[in-house]
Design a protein around this ligand. Structure first.
Ligand code: ZN
Length: 395
């Protein structure tokens, strides 16, 4: 059995840190207090260097800067609490029941974050020397705009790791693929008229309805991949505008959520919708959503709501190294994929760094009431991260 297993003292210390993280609210854009806790913990654990960039992302480094770097990547933010009264306990109490820690962000993804902070420290204690550096990156604003803060770390902070591990929940399986994501608005134009004489106007709702049926048909004809599954297109919101309730609506706007599978691109996703518009001969325009987000340090960043799918071959050395590291600490991982978007969308497709996912927690519990994580998984994840460091950077 690997020497990377955590001692009882290390487990207790990791648990205290995780509970402190869960007890500290960190909705997107307000991660300052959690960031401060992470900085403090990394310093306490003896990281070689710890810093915060202008977007408020925290990075800790252990090991020499001369060799290849392995980055563990987590996000500090959580979604808002939904339906607090249905929880078994206050979502910020971080209570433990039946071996699970309950709380907002427990699974998504403060457990993974805490495990990477400890995994790196444990690896440093067990390895006599490292041939490169371990970078533990903790970013904000993942929930509203995945990839935005990691992009800054790479492009402004000039971090260029050789490998990235995203610590989002995977039930301790190795994730080697993730679907892409395009969010679009579809604006349909009509012409206003009094509703007593609709023939003088052009009803934007009727035009939009024709597009909705066209989009539903399109959603059954998208790309497919045997490992990642098919592309998805869903109309998730629709709003119309009329000068009054006795007027023909002159505008109707829809929100489209498109998930991309292997081989699908942003351009394809737009073109397919434009074809539906052309076929229905409707005056409409489709656009990818761009939004401004504000970091907890007050920086305003522009985020395009696009991420591309990525997939690593089963035989890739990083996939194999993570499988072996997990087995070395007693786990039985398989390879899988994520349906949801993560910071890997940036690291794998834009920065083109081999990226995998591996983290504690059940991915079906994200954004749910009674979000929780099994503590056994948290400790095992930290050990597996340490074992991965040993494999990739151990001398
Ligand atoms: Zn997450």
């Amino acid at each position: 059995m690997s020497t990377c297993l955590l001692t009882e003292a290390e487990r207790q210390s990791l648990l205290r840190f995780l509970q402190a993280l869960v007890k500290t609210p960190s909705p997107s854009g307000q991660e300052d207090q959690v960031a401060a806790l992470i900085l403090e913990e990394m310093r306490r654990l003896g990281y070689d260097e710890v810093w915060m960039d202008r977007a408020g992302s925290v990075v800790g480094r252990i090991g020499p800067t001369s060799g290849p770097a392995l980055m563990f990547n987590s996000h500090m933010d959580t979604v808002a609490v939904t339906d607090a009264s249905s929880w078994i306990a206050d979502p910020f109490d971080a209570v433990i029941r039946d071996g699970c820690l309950y709380g907002l962000g427990a699974c998504d993804m403060k457990a993974g974050l805490a495990a990477t902070v400890y995994g790196a420290a444990v690896a440093a204690r067990r390895c006599s020397s490292l041939s490169g550096s371990i970078l533990v990156a903790c970013v904000g604003l993942e929930e509203p705009s995945e990839g935005t803060c990691t992009r800054l770390l790479f492009e402004e902070g000039q971090l260029s790791p050789a490998w990235v591990v995203i610590a989002e929940p995977s039930n301790l399986n190795v994730v080697r693929a993730q679907r892409g994501h395009v969010e679009m608005t579809l604006s349909v134009e009509g012409r206003s008229a009094h509703s007593s004489a609709p023939e003088l106007g052009e009803n934007a709702i009727y035009a939009a309805a024709r597009l909705v049926f066209g989009l539903e048909l399109l959603s059954g004809q998208l790309g497919d991949d045997h490992f990642m599954g098919s592309g998805v297109l869903t109309v998730t919101d629709i709003r119309s505008h009329a000068v009054s309730q006795n007027a023909i609506p002159d505008r109707c706007e829809m929100f489209l959520d498109r998930r991309l599978t292997v081989g699908e691109t942003e351009a394809m996703a737009l073109l397919e919708v434009q074809r539906v518009i052309a076929r229905e001969a409707v005056r409409a325009e489709v656009r990818v959503i761009e939004q401004e987000v504000t970091t907890h340090t007050g920086q305003v960043l522009t985020a395009r709501r696009v991420s591309l799918p990525w997939i690593l071959d089963e035989r890739h050395s990083l996939v194999q190294a993570m499988l072996k590291a997990a087995k070395a600490v007693g786990l039985r991982p398989s390879t899988t994929h994520w349906h949801f978007a993560t910071e890997g969308a940036y690291t794998a497709t834009v920065a083109r760094v081999p990226t995998i996912g591996f983290g504690p927690g059940d991915p079906t519990l994200l954004h749910c009431c009674n979000e929780r994580v099994e503590l056994k998984q948290v400790y095992a994840a930290a050990s597996a991260y340490a074992a991965l460091v040993e494999r990739l950077l151990g001398s």
